[in-house]
Design a protein around this ligand. Structure first.
Ligand SMILES: O=C(O)c1cc(=O)[nH]c(=O)n1[C@@H]1O[C@H](COP(=O)(O)O)[C@@H](O)[C@H]1O
Length: 239
């Protein structure tokens, strides 16, 4: 059976490996038509822009997940540097505020159609309401996600990172075109680990997630390609 999402793969595999060869062995078994790849802080810090370029050159859409959060000028320059790498998506923290997000957006303007999608992290999927309180945010996770997502939309960005638990609320409030990228995806029976606001792939898709970020349930499996294929089949059947 062919995946129905073959032209727009929904799964973004989080390549969180300390060993480059281990990551490349996995990538060699993947098809850019079946998944996209996410490079985050661990692999970028270890292996740098060359590693990202090698994945882009291999034909993969790459989400560079460095969650930029700094003064507007610094974030704008960092986002432009990401565009130079040819990545498909890049992110900032929405809590950096509207001026920071607008500066990031403006920095991508010269890239036109070649600009990566620019999205903003709302409330990390590892956080609970109690932890938000501990850092001085007295709203519930859903209320805080919606507040930050509105700021993100108003700053002209393409979407947000949120948990799938907030996806239906955000789709209803912000419309179908505003992209929702949801980590914290756990197929039934898999370990939550440090994630807290989780959903299964099928639940996330039904709730309105556009892209599902999945790391350990795929990368730590005995047969990652088989697990990816199984999740893609589940999504095709559910969608
Ligand atoms: O921006 C992200 O990708 C991200 C945001 C968030 O709120 N939660 C979150 O888990 N992530 C990333 O998504 C990936 C999830 O990996 P697993 O928990 O192994 O599936 C990790 O690489 C995280 O850095």
């Amino acid at each position: 059976m062919q995946d129905s999402n073959i032209h727009d793969p929904k799964i973004l595999i989080a390549l969180d490996f300390a060993d480059r060869q281990e990551a490349l062995a996995l990538v060699a078994r993947l098809d850019p038509a079946s998944c996209r790849l996410k490079v985050g802080k661990e692999m970028f810090t270890l292996f740098g822009p060359e590693f990202v370029r090698s994945l882009v050159d291999a034909g993969f859409d790459v989400f560079l997940d460095l969650k930029f959060h700094d003064i507007p000028n610094t974030v704008a320059k960092a986002v432009a540097a990401a565009a130079e790498l040819g990545v498909w998506m890049v992110n900032v923290h929405a809590s950096g505020g509207p001026r920071m997000m607008q500066a990031a957006k403006a920095a991508l303007q010269p890239y036109g159609d070649k600009a990566p999608l620019l999205i903003a992290v709302t409330v990390l999927t590892s956080m609970t309401g109690e932890e938000l309180h501990q850092v001085g945010v007295l709203r519930s996770p859903a209320e805080q996600v919606l507040t930050l997502a509105r700021l993100t939309r108003d700053a002209g960005l393409d979407g947000v990172v949120c948990s799938a638990q907030e996806a239906s609320l955000l789709k209803a409030e912000l419309g179908p075109d505003f992209k929702l990228v949801t980590p914290g995806i756990r197929p039934a029976g898999s370990e939550a680990g440090d994630q807290r606001r989780i959903m299964t792939p099928e639940q996330a898709l039904a709730a309105g997630s556009d892209y599902l970020v999945i790391g350990r349930p795929i990368t730590q499996a005995d047969d990652p390609a088989a697990v990816l294929a199984q999740i893609n089949r589940g999504l095709a059947a559910a969608g």
